[in-house]
Write a protein that binds this ligand. Structure first.
Ligand code: GAP
Length: 480
């Protein structure tokens, strides 16, 4: 394993051990590409979501939020192009007539190679498959299946059709009895809930173009390459904003949002060199320009957020399929038109993984007495850290817990605090480092004398004495 692969495995183990992320339904051996968030993970995820939401809807006066349902009328997905265009490759065996996902049968061979101890060959095979999938090289995928002599498990032959597309949307049925049930989809993106509500929002919130509608929520995709922890999941959360503009102004707004969204990322203190833009060559069915904001994960530069110039594709099609007007009257130019749209779309789980990757550090140093020391620390930005402050009485005696609880009561209406009396102070600091708590406050006997406490800063490990009355303000000042 390379150093980066090691680091990634360590992050995954750390995330589980410290209650950030668990495999879904783990007692039944988990469910592929589905994960649950634990006590600190759900706090961190909520804080990232809130930080995005505040930035979008509070800091931009011309953006409002909505919360649309996951289930939508099935025609939505016909109009949006997802029924016809949102697909991945599959292949049929001509002898058994059995259909397979291309990635599944290639992964099956990789599993066999691994069980035979041929790890490197398995990794090479999967890397080759990923590259062909990314390039949508279907002939290449078929060649790979033939050259590796991958056989159908039913007919045991290597007699395959061409590779064809497989739709990524999950479907289910709505209706009480089977005969009446209608097939509906679990939304593969949150954006369509915004488009179908465009006029409801514009009229009720009295918005004038240019304006945006923001939404966060679950999306579902039957992903075929799902091996990188929470990077690619089958159930995940998106934070999307559709910005409605006058036709012809899309280039300047595209540039605006490209820059603005990068600045949002940098506002979390991530080093600029860890980001880059990647322009799309092959455009999605709805876009006339698109780029990814990529971050350098331990497994390389990968997409975190997409900026898409979606033209009037979605609104025009919803108008066509629903027969309802999707137009806006622009009284500045006295014209009716279907607005154009710039979309910013970021995966919340992917942003969470970015924060874990950026924050996780193993540190070693030599103490003054010459002995070695070490810690694992999550340098999570204070404004999104799961816990902001740990309040630690030095001992369980002498009234110190009472003072600590008094401070806890002062602070907990304003931010998440954590109270702990067990173990040595050193051990308690280490536990707080491991979950990324930026401040620890120790209450000791001197507190009883002069109402001061020792505050210890996670990143520098520096400690200083401050009046207890200043603790709340100090923590709050670093939360914005
Ligand atoms: N509405 C446009 C849209 O959905 P996308 O590029 O397919 O565009 C946007 O997805 C973002 O959603 C991605 O940049 C990524 O962060 C996140 N995302 C997409 N598929 C994902 C998956 N399977 N697991 C986790 N996040 C995903």
């Amino acid at each position: 394993m390379t150093t980066n692969e090691n680091k990634f495995q360590e992050i995954i183990s750390h995330a589980k051990e410290y209650g950030f992320v668990f495999p879904s339904s783990e007692i039944y051996d988990g469910l592929s590409a589905v994960y649950d968030y634990g006590p600190y993970g759900s706090e961190l995820k909520k804080n990232i979501r809130d930080y995005w939401w505040r930035w979008m809807t509070q800091m931009n006066e011309n953006i409002v939020g909505i919360d649309a349902a996951i289930f939508m009328h099935p025609t939505t997905w016909k109009a949006s192009g997802h029924v016809d265009n949102f697909s991945d490759p599959m292949i049929d065996n001509k002898d058994s007539n059995k259909r397979y996902r291309v990635d599944h049968i290639i992964e099956g061979l990789a599993d066999t190679l691994r069980s035979e101890g041929k790890e490197t060959e398995a990794d090479k095979l999967l890397a080759e498959m990923d590259a062909l999938l990314a390039a949508e090289d279907f002939a290449g995928l078929k060649d790979l299946i033939y050259t590796r002599n991958i056989k159908c498990s039913v007919s045991n032959t290597c007699n395959w059709t061409d590779v064809r597309q497989f739709n990524l949307m999950f479907s289910t049925e709505i209706g009480s009895v089977a005969e009446e049930a209608d097939k509906i989809y679990l939304r593969p993106e949150t954006a369509q809930g915004i488009f179908v509500n465009f006029l409801n929002v514009q009229k009720t919130a009295r918005m004038k173009i240019p304006f945006g509608i923001a939404q966060t929520g679950k999306a579902f995709r039957n992903e075929i390459v799902a091996r990188q922890f929470i990077f690619r999941m089958r159930e995940f959360e998106q934070m999307e904003m559709q910005f409605f503009i006058r036709p012809g102004t899309q280039k300047e707004w595209y540039e605006y949002w490209k820059e603005a969204r990068l600045q949002w990322h940098l506002s979390l203190g991530v080093k600029p060199e860890k980001y880059r833009y990647h322009d799309h060559v092959k455009l999605a069915h709805y876009a006339d320009a698109a780029l990814d904001i990529e971050y350098e994960f331990p497994f390389g530069f990968k997409e975190v957020e997409g900026i898409h110039s979606r033209t009037d594709f979605d609104l025009k099609n919803h108008q066509l399929y629903s027969g309802k007007k999707m137009q806006y009257f622009d009284n500045e130019i006295n014209q009716n038109y279907i607005p154009y749209v710039i979309e910013t779309s970021i995966g919340l789980d992917r942003m969470f993984l970015l924060i874990l990757s950026e924050s996780y550090a193993e540190e070693k140093w030599t103490k003054e007495d010459g002995t070695a020391d070490s810690r694992v620390v999550m340098r999570i930005p204070a404004k999104i850290a799961p816990l902001k402050l740990a309040i630690l009485p030095l001992t369980k005696k002498d009234g110190l817990p009472d003072i600590a609880k008094e401070l806890m009561n002062q602070c907990k209406p304003f931010f998440r605090c954590f109270y702990e009396e067990k173990d040595t102070i050193g051990k308690r600091y280490r536990r707080m480092d491991a979950i990324g708590t930026p401040y620890c406050v120790t209450i000791d006997h001197q507190t009883k004398e002069d109402q001061t406490v020792t505050i210890r800063y996670r990143d520098s490990m520096q400690q200083e004495r401050i009046p207890m009355s200043q603790v709340r303000e100090l923590v709050q000042a670093n939360m914005l």
